[in-house]
Design a protein around this ligand. Structure first.
Ligand SMILES: *[C@@H]1O[C@H](CO)[C@@H](O)[C@H](O)[C@H]1NC(C)=O
Ligand SMILES: *[C@@H]1O[C@H](CO)[C@@H](O)[C@H](O)[C@H]1NC(C)=O
Ligand SMILES: *[C@@H]1O[C@H](CO)[C@@H](O)[C@H](O)[C@H]1NC(C)=O
Ligand SMILES: *[C@@H]1O[C@H](CO)[C@@H](O)[C@H](O)[C@H]1NC(C)=O
Ligand SMILES: *[C@@H]1O[C@H](CO)[C@@H](O)[C@H](O)[C@H]1NC(C)=O
Ligand SMILES: *[C@@H]1O[C@H](CO)[C@@H](O)[C@H](O)[C@H]1NC(C)=O
Ligand SMILES: *[C@@H]1O[C@H](CO)[C@@H](O)[C@H](O)[C@H]1NC(C)=O
Ligand SMILES: *[C@@H]1O[C@H](CO)[C@@H](O)[C@H](O)[C@H]1NC(C)=O
Length: 627
C-alpha cells in the first residue's frame, strides 16, 4: 500500500514536472546549433539544461511552449555569418531580430523557409552582396529592416508581393539600379536614403516624402527636378515630439528604448485596470516576470524623447518585454523594463501630479536637458491625462540605499570607505549642478539614498530631480522619506536648495553610520538618525556612530570625522545656517586629502577638522539644538 502510494506520488510529480517544463525540443536544438556555430562575445544564458522558453535570453515561445516564435538577439556582438540550417529550422518563427551585431556574409537566404515570419530586423550589421530575388514566400511579412548594411545590387521587384508590408527600411546600403514599382497599399514607412539608386520615383511611391529617397541619384517623377544634395534625415532638435498614432505600426529610429518601455508600461497598466492582477504577480515572482504583451490600444498623449538616444527599435520589439517592480517611492512606482538582452530602462509612473500639462512639460524640458556625469539622465517622458511616465537609464547595481542596507548575505561585500567617499563627492557635485540650473533656482527636492546610484566610475549620481514641485504637497511623507526632510519642509511643505543641503547631510550621516535615517532598534522606539548622531557626538562618543563595516579599514578615522562634520553642518536646523552646496562640494572633495599629510594628526586645514574620534564640536554646536 505504502509503496503504491509512493509510486503514484512519484508518477504524479513526474507528470507535473514534465508539464511544467514542456519544451520545444527541436527548436531548442536548432538554437543551440546556431549559437554553437557563430562567434559572439557577449555571453548568453542558453544552458541546454534550462528552459528555453522561460529562461533563455531573447527567446519567446508560443502559448503551450511547443514552439519558439520569436528570437531577439540585438547587440550580442556576433561576428561571423549566420550558420545555415540552424535558425531556418525554427519553422514557427514570427519575429527575428539580430540587429546591431557585426554579422557578416551574404543575406541568409535559408531564412526564406520561415514562412510565418512577420518581422525581420537585420539592421546595423555587415551583411553584403545582393538581396534574394524572391521575397514573395514571406507573404505575412510586415516589417523588413535591412538598413545599415552593405547590401548591393538592385532592389528585387518581388518585394511588391509582400502585401502585408507596413515598413521597409533599406537605408544606408549600396543598392543600385532603379526603384521598383512597389504597389503595396499597406506600406506606411519607407526609407531608401543613402544608397546608389538612380532613375525616377515610381508613381506608387510618390506618396512618400522626398526625404525617403535622399542620398541617391533619383529624380522625383512629379517634380522632374533632381534631388541634388543628399540630405539625411538626422534629427537636430533636442527633443522630438511624436504622436503615437503616427508611430504605431512603423519602424521608428529614435530613442525607442524609451518608447518601448512606455508602451510596455501602458499595457501593463491597462491590464492592471482590467484584472487587477499584475501587481500581485510582479511581486510574487519578481525575478523572472516575463510577460508577453499584446498590442497597446488606447494610448493617447505623446512621448517626448531627449537627446542622447540613437538605438533603433521597432514596434514588434516593443510589444514584448518583461517588467518588474523595482520599488514604490515618494512620487510613484518604478519599473524595470527589460526589452531584450541589450537594453533595460527604469520607468517611473508618477501619481498625483497636480500641475497642468504645460507646467509639467516645462519642468521636463529643464530636467531632460540636464547632462552631467553625476545626474541620471532623463531619457523621455510621457504625458497623458491618465498617465505620466518618466524613463531613466537603469543602474544594475541598484541604489546606494540597496547597497548600504542590503541584508547580510544579500550583498557579500559592504561598501568600502573609498566608494562611500566617491559616492558623496559625486552626489554633492550632482546637486551643485542641479542648483546651478534655471538661473540657479532648480531644486532637487527628493534627495535620499534610494535616489542615488553609482555611475560608471562609481561616483554618486542623482535621480528623481525636480519632481517635488509637480506633485501634491499635501501627501504626508512615507516614514522612510521623512528622515531626509528638513524641519522647515515638514512645516511649510516647500522644498528649497537649503532643504536639499539638509537632505544631503542626512545622506552623509547614513553613509557614515550605515543606518537608515529613521530606524528602530528592534522595539517600538523609532530612532531619528540626525538626532541620534547629534546626541552621540554631544556626549563625545563620536567613535560609536560609525558603521562597524568601516572599522576594518585602517587610518580613516580623520576622514570619517571630517565627513561627520560636513554632515552635521548640513543638517543645521535653521536653513540659513547650512552651507551652500558649492562649499559642501569643496569640503567633501577635501575629505580624502585630510589624511594625506604625514603629520600624525593629519589635519590639512579642512575647517574644524580635528584628528580625534571625539572632535571638539563647539563650532557646530550651535546647529545641534534637538529638532
Ligand atoms: C553546428 O551546427 C551543426 C548543425 O548545423 C551541429 O551538428 C553542430 O553540433 C553545431 N556545432 C556546435 C558547436 O554547436
Ligand atoms: C504558421 O501560422 C499559422 C497561423 O498563424 C499556423 O496555423 C501554422 O501552424 C504556423 N506554421 C508553423 C510551422 O508553425
Ligand atoms: C499568414 O497569416 C494568416 C492570418 O494570420 C494565416 O492564416 C496564414 O496561415 C499565414 N500564412 C503563412 C504562410 O503562415
Ligand atoms: C557587390 O559587392 C561585391 C563585393 O562586396 C562585388 O563583388 C559585386 O560585384 C557587387 N555587386 C554589384 C552588383 O555591385
Ligand atoms: C509575385 O508572386 C507571383 C506568384 O507567386 C509571381 O508570379 C510574380 O512574379 C511575383 N511578382 C513579383 C514582382 O515577383
Ligand atoms: C545612415 O547612416 C548615417 C551615418 O552613419 C546615420 O547618421 C543615419 O542615421 C543612417 N540612417 C538610417 C536611416 O539609419
Ligand atoms: C555608387 O556608385 C558609384 C559609381 O557607380 C561608385 O563609385 C560608388 O562607390 C558607389 N557608392 C556606393 C556607396 O556604393
Ligand atoms: C545621376 O544619374 C544621371 C542619369 O540618370 C547621370 O547622368 C548622372 O551622371 C548621375 N549623377 C551622378 C552623380 O552619379
Amino acid at each position: 500500500m505504502g509503496i503504491n502510494l509512493i509510486f503514484s506520488a512519484i508518477l504524479v510529480y513526474g507528470l507535473l514536472y514534465a508539464l511544467a517544463t514542456a519544451e520545444p525540443v527541436e527548436d531548442k536544438r536548432a538554437l543551440l546549433d546556431f549559437i554553437g556555430n557563430i562567434s559572439h562575445s557577449r555571453n548568453l544564458n542558453w544552458d541546454p539544461r534550462t528552459s528555453a522558453c522561460n529562461i533563455w535570453t531573447g527567446v519567446t515561445c508560443n502559448h503551450d511552449k511547443s514552439r519558439v516564435i520569436a528570437v531577439r538577439l540585438p547587440g550580442i556582438r556576433f561576428r561571423t555569418s549566420i550558420p545555415t540550417n540552424t535558425l531556418s529550422r525554427l519553422s514557427a518563427l514570427q519575429i527575428l531580430s539580430l540587429r546591431s551585431n557585426g554579422i557578416s556574409g551574404p543575406f541568409p537566404s535559408d531564412l526564406l523557409k520561415l514562412r510565418n515570419l512577420t518581422g525581420l530586423y537585420l539592421q546595423f550589421n555587415n551583411f553584403q552582396g545582393p538581396l534574394p530575388l524572391d521575397f514573395s514566400v514571406w507573404e505575412n511579412l510586415s516589417v523588413l529592416d535591412l538598413s545599415n548594411n552593405r547590401f548591393n545590387g538592385s532592389i528585387p521587384s518581388s518585394i511588391s508581393n509582400l502585401t502585408h508590408l507596413t515598413a521597409l527600411d533599406l537605408a544606408n546600403n549600396s543598392l543600385s539600379g532603379d526603384v521598383p514599382d512597389l504597389n503595396i497599399p499597406s506600406l506606411q514607412m519607407l526609407d531608401l536614403t543613402n544608397n546608389n539608386l538612380t532613375g525616377f520615383v515610381p508613381q506608387s511611391l510618390s506618396r512618400f516624402p522626398s526625404s525617403a529617397f535622399s542620398g541617391n541619384n533619383i529624380t522625383l517623377q512629379n517634380l522632374l527636378s533632381p534631388v541634388s544634395s543628399p540630405t539625411t534625415t538626422v534629427r537636430k532638435r533636442h527633443s522630438s515630439k511624436v504622436s503615437e498614432p503616427a508611430i504605431l505600426g512603423i519602424v521608428i529610429g529614435s530613442c525607442t528604448v524609451a518608447f518601448v518601455s512606455i508602451a510596455l508600461l501602458l499595457i501593463v497598466m491597462n491590464r492592471k485596470k482590467k484584472d487587477g492582477a499584475i501587481t500581485a504577480t510582479s511581486q510574487k515572482k519578481e525575478k523572472s516576470t516575463k510577460r508577453s504583451i499584446s498590442e497597446p490600444r488606447d494610448v493617447n498623449g505623446r512621448i517626448t524623447f531627449f537627446e542622447g538616444c540613437n538605438l533603433v527599435f521597432d514596434l514588434e520589439d516593443l510589444l514584448r518585454a518583461s517588467a518588474e517592480v523595482l520599488g514604490k517611492g515618494t512620487f510613484g512606482t518604478t519599473y524595470k523594463a527589460a526589452l531584450e538582452d541589450a537594453t533595460t530602462v527604469a520607468v517611473k509612473r508618477l501619481r498625483e501630479v497636480i500641475v497642468g500639462k504645460k507646467d509639467f512639460e516645462q519642468q521636463m524640458e529643464v530636467v531632460g536637458n540636464i547632462r552631467h556625469e553625476n545626474v541620471a539622465p532623463l531619457r523621455a517622458y510621457y504625458y497623458s491625462k491618465d498617465e505620466k511616465l518618466m524613463v531613466y537609464d537603469y543602474y544594475n547595481q541598484g541604489s546606494v540605499s540597496a547597497l548600504l542596507h542590503a541584508k547580510r548575505g544579500e550583498n557579500p561585500t559592504p561598501l568600502d570607505w573609498e566608494t562611500r567617499v566617491k559616492i558623496a563627492i559625486g552626489a554633492a557635485r550632482g546637486i551643485a549642478h542641479i542648483h546651478s540650473q534655471i538661473g540657479g533656482k532648480l531644486v532637487h527636492g527628493n534627495i535620499k539614498a534610494s535616489n542615488i546610484f553609482l555611475n560608471s566610475q562609481q561616483y554618486g549620481c542623482l535621480s528623481d530631480l525636480g519632481l517635488a514641485t509637480l506633485m501634491s504637497p499635501i501627501s504626508p511623507p512615507a516614514v522612510r522619506t521623512a528622515g531626509y526632510r528638513a524641519p522647515e519642509v515638514t512645516d511649510t511643505r516647500k522644498v528649497s536648495q537649503a532643504s536639499d543641503v539638509y537632505s544631503f547631510g542626512v545622506f552623509l550621516l547614513e553613509l557614515l553610520t550605515g543606518k537608515s535615517p529613521v530606524h528602530s532598534l528592534g522595539g517600538e522606539e523609532v530612532i531619528h538618525l540626525v538626532r541620534w548622531v547629534q546626541s552621540v557626538v554631544r556626549e563625545e562618543w563620536t567613535g560609536e556612530v560609525f558603521d562597524v563595516e568601516l572599522l576594518r579599514y585602517p587610518n580613516i578615522e580623520e576622514e570619517m570625522v571630517a565627513m561627520l562634520q560636513i554632515g552635521l553642518s548640513c543638517v543645521a536646523r535653521m536653513p540659513e545656517q547650512r552651507p551652500k552646496i558649492g562649499d559642501v562640494v569643496k569640503m567633501v572633495e577635501d575629505i580624502r586629502s585630510v589624511n594625506t599629510s604625514n603629520s600624525p594628526f593629519g589635519g590639512t586645514g579642512s575647517p574644524g577638522s580635528t584628528p580625534t574620534l571625539t572632535p571638539n564640536v563647539g563650532e557646530i554646536g550651535s546647529s545641534m539644538a534637538p529638532n
